[in-house]
Design a protein around this ligand. Structure first.
Ligand SMILES: Nc1ncnc2c1ncn2[C@@H]1O[C@H](COP(=O)(O)OP(=O)(O)OP(=O)(O)O)[C@@H](O)[C@H]1O
Ligand SMILES: [Mg+2]
Length: 450
């Protein structure tokens, strides 16, 4: 059966074809280079050397060099997609099927690229070789990171029915900063200022926070940007399945899980890493994505005075709680008291504005009553006005901060207002990286009383 779809088309500018002579020349040069570098793991393409190899009569050296680069170093036909920073995701779904891509402003698109089984396998094997792992019938799944930081998942039959698949979450060269997210309306300034105070905790009570949402809703990006509110004097340890986070902090240890080897040995999972982390005296533990039994270890740590942040896959605040309480996470209900905020994030598609990412709710865990975790809504998104509103009367976490700091609740709210003004003043800072954004945040403390 054929499916009709009306997705926008992503056309790759088909590469200029090589002429017959150029093609012959290209084959010869490729052979020579492979012979020369047969023992080198990394093939180097040095234009001068190629120039020497090229027959002077052939005109277009650049064309040949480009093709060599793509063939020897790249990942095949999808290279052109990998180079486009406007694309978030590249999706190969099987043999001879169109490759899909998710565009930053246009959403899901269908490309004019199709790959046969061999071409997909070649791309996957290149990735597997690079990270020295195997993908075969016994281990038909590969999770990896490309040299540029992009995240990759590959599968081969029998677990995918229509051939090998490859999903690439491209690493954004310029990571979004809190100022970008304010400008694009993912956050507003008041919400950012509120979370700033909650997360830095005025050095007395940092809030523990989980960012929850659906696939690709922007959870990891939000976690990244909110981490710039962590005071610079803290020791941060991050735990991830594949390194993605970019935490702008000098004193930082980044850890990454290790899958089992070919003999099914040597696995180091999140829980093992987290337990080890607790022997390293972290001030702040950041877990890329909480998904399994490490949740209990995390909550044990939070209950014994550590501070933490992380993301979790769930579609509502209640679902977040349910996922934490049930297998495979199995966090004892009483432990959820140590969680302060659940930040819900959503990706929506707006017919005119394209894909929108919004914080749709911030809820505070206020306690456990009648055997249920009680939540208090602090911020709520209004779909009609596309605004996120402060809907709480007060916040427990802020009350605690004001008590421990010995200041009134009102002066704490004033501090949020001050920080909001500061963020607003700087929100037109475009094209700065997360490190520069952090510097701006740090500068605030020179003038603040806190
Ligand atoms: N607020 C935002 N505005 C615009 N683009 C965003 C925003 N947040 C994230 N993105 C982009 O969306 C893509 C997915 O973001 P991210 O990895 O943060 O999502 P995620 O929810 O963590 O995904 P996953 O469910 O796979 O873990 C990235 O390319 C990122 O650059
Ligand atoms: Mg993520």
């Amino acid at each position: 059966m054929k499916y009709e779809n009306n997705l926008p088309q992503y056309n790759t500018n088909k590469k200029e074809q090589l002429s017959k002579e150029e093609q012959e020349e290209y084959e010869k040069i490729k052979e020579t280079i492979i012979q020369q570098q047969i023992n080198n793991k990394e093939l180097k393409i040095i234009p001068q050397e190629i120039n020497e190899l090229i027959n002077e009569k052939t005109s277009n050296t650049d064309k040949i060099i480009n093709k060599l680069n793509d063939d020897l170093r790249g990942y095949g036909k999808i290279d052109v997609l990998l180079k486009d920073d406007n694309l978030e995701e590249i999706m190969i779904i099987g043999n001879n099927k169109p490759v899909y891509t998710y565009h930053r402003t246009k959403g899901m698109m269908i490309t004019d690229i199709k790959l046969n089984e061999n071409e997909i396998k070649q791309s996957i094997n290149k990735i597997a070789n690079y990270i020295q792992r195997k993908i075969d019938k016994q281990t038909p799944i590969l999770d990896a990171r490309l040299p540029d930081g992009s995240r990759v998942n590959a599968t081969i039959p029998p677990i995918t029915a229509d051939g090998p698949t490859l999903t690439i979450r491209k690493f954004k060269k310029n990571q979004l900063t809190i100022f970008d997210l304010i400008r694009s309306n993912t956050f507003n300034t008041y919400l950012s200022a509120f979370l700033w105070v909650a997360i830095d905790g005025l050095n007395v009570r940092p809030s523990n926070t989980i960012i929850a949402g659906g696939t690709g809703s922007g959870k990891t990006t939000t976690l990244n940007t909110l981490s710039s509110f962590i005071p610079s004097n803290e020791r941060i340890i991050t735990i991830e399945d594949t390194l993605e986070l970019q935490i702008p902090q000098e004193h930082l240890i980044r850890t990454e899980t290790r899958p089992p080897n070919i003999e099914n040995k040597g696995e180091i999972n999140m829980d093992v890493l987290l337990k080890n982390t607790l022997r390293q005296r972290p001030d702040r533990i950041i877990i890329g994505e909480v998904r399994s039994n490490e949740a209990v270890t995390l909550f044990t740590a939070l209950n014994t005075g550590h501070s933490g942040m992380g993301t979790l896959h769930a579609n509502s605040t209640q679902e977040t709680i349910n996922r934490l309480l049930n297998p495979p996470m199995n966090v004892p209900q009483i432990m959820l008291n140590s969680l302060d905020f659940i930040i819900m994030q959503n990706r929506m598609y707006h017919p005119e504005k394209g894909p929108l990412r919004r914080i749709t709710e911030v809820a505070e865990v206020v306690g456990i009553e009648n055997n249920r975790v009680q939540l208090n809504k602090i911020f709520e998104y209004d779909f009609n006005t596309d605004k996120i509103n402060y809907v709480a009367i007060s916040s427990n976490a802020l009350t605690q901060i004001s008590k421990m700091k010995g200041i009134s609740y009102k002066s704490l709210m004033n501090e949020i207002d001050q920080r909001e003004k500061y963020l607003l003043k700087h929100s037109n800072n475009e094209k700065i990286d997360v490190y520069e954004a952090k510097k701006i945040i740090n500068k605030y403390y020179h003038t603040s009383n806190f």
